[in-house]
Every structure is written in structure tokens, then in C-alpha cells.
Write a protein that binds this ligand. Structure first.
Ligand SMILES: [Ca+2]
Length: 219
């Protein structure tokens, strides 16, 4: 009877430890086995630890490059290099993409690990999103976009902060609110809200009344 109890205790301990170990066995970019997805221009190639040819640095949670290069790779196209005529001659279908008109806008994006991790801990071969949560809602994910360019010879900038909404947030029309009724900000991409916008020459055009700080939305 004592033996059985001991055996059961060991078994229950294993039941607790094994899933934790499986979750803890994360694959990193350094190992060279996390690859670009099917359909990507670089499909099958390992994602590098530093910047890739588009401007993504998945290890450092950032992107810096042409706005079009955020999407071109995923659409099976090479990175835009600034030469319209040569690029379109080689890749004519780029001209019909919605982001093609924004190719001369420079974009710096930053995000946290909940938004897009630099590891694969769930074993699907892809970098994890909202790791440890069933969806982005309540995950504390955030992203910033800093755009810049020239328009009619004038330099302009635009900055926006976006968060995944808390689990108890309430959506009313196009606006997300906290559980106690404070406005978080305009809804974007479903489960996300804009918490701050800054336009050059205009200053902050929106500051979330609930909070413009990422810490406020951490689980
Ligand atoms: Ca994964």
C-alpha cells in the first residue's frame, strides 16, 4: 500500500512536470531550424538571428525598412530596393498590391514577445504569438509603428502605439473600453486598440484616457 502511494505520488509529480518541460523546450533562432513559411519568398530558409533582407530582425523584435517590405516577402516577392522600374520589370504583380503606393515610406516597428516571440516553444516550427495565452486578448501584446517620409518636399513622421486589449475589455462600436468604462482607444484588427498617436507638426493627436502606457495592459 505504501509502495502504491509512493508510485502514485511520483506519477502525479510527473504529470505536473512533463507538460512544463515540454513548454520549456524552446527552439531559438540561433539553432537555425525556424524557417520562413510556405509561400514566403524565402520559404524553407532559416530565419536569421539579425536583420533579414526585408528589414525584419525577429531576434530583436523589430523591423526597419520600406513599408512595402513588411508584406512583399509574405507575398512571395523579393525586397523592394528603391528602383521602381527594375523592380516592376522583374516583379510586375507588385504594382497591384495595396501597399505598393507606400513603398517610399520608411517604417520602424517594435513589438514585445507576446506580440511575436523570437522563440518557438509550442513546437509548431513557427515563432510563437501570444505565448501562454489562447489568443491575443489579455496577452499584453504591444507594437509600435514609426513611419516617416517626404510629401511635396516636406518631411513627415507618424507614430502609433497599439496594444492587445485586456481580457475584460468591452467593445462599443469602433472603440474599446476597460471593464470600468475608461476609453482605451479606437479598435484596430479586432482585438487590438490604438492607445497613442503622434503626427509631426500636430503633436499627440490621440492619447488613451485609460492609459497610453504599455504596462497598463499587461496581464
Ligand atoms: Ca510556435
Amino acid at each position: 500500500m505504501k509502495k502504491l502511494a509512493k508510485g502514485l505520488a511520483l506519477l502525479s509529480l510527473l504529470v505536473i512536470i512533463l507538460p512544463a518541460m515540454a513548454w520549456g523546450e524552446c527552439v531559438t533562432l540561433k539553432q537555425g531550424v525556424i524557417k520562413y513559411s510556405v509561400g514566403h519568398y524565402l520559404a524553407g530558409q532559416p530565419i536569421p538571428v539579425g536583420y533579414d533582407i526585408y528589414g525584419y530582425n525577429y531576434q530583436a523584435h523589430m523591423f526597419n525598412g520600406s513599408y512595402a517590405n513588411v508584406y512583399l516577402g509574405g507575398d512571395g516577392l523579393p525586397p523592394y530596393d528603391g528602383n521602381d522600374a527594375a523592380y516592376l520589370a522583374a516583379n510586375p504583380k507588385a504594382a497591384s498590391k495595396w501597399y505598393w503606393p507606400y513603398r517610399n515610406t520608411n517604417l520602424v516597428m517594435k513589438w514585445n514577445d507576446a506580440w511575436l516571440s523570437n522563440k518557438d516553444c509550442d513546437g509548431d516550427g513557427k515563432l510563437d504569438r501570444y505565448a501562454g495565452f489562447p489568443s491575443y486578448v489579455g496577452s499584453g501584446a504591444w507594437e509600435t509603428n514609426h513611419m516617416s517620409g517626404t510629401d511635396g518636399g516636406k518631411h513627415w513622421t507618424y507614430f502609433v502605439k497599439i496594444v492587445a486589449v485586456p481580457a475584460d475589455a468591452v467593445r462599443n462600436g469602433g472603440i474599446w473600453y476597460t471593464a470600468d468604462g475608461a476609453m482605451i482607444g479606437p479598435a484596430i484588427w479586432g482585438a487590438f486598440a490604438i492607445i497613442q498617436e503622434v503626427a509631426s507638426g500636430e503633436g499627440a493627436t490621440f492619447v488613451s484616457p485609460a492609459s497610453p502606457g504599455f504596462g497598463h495592459y499587461q496581464p
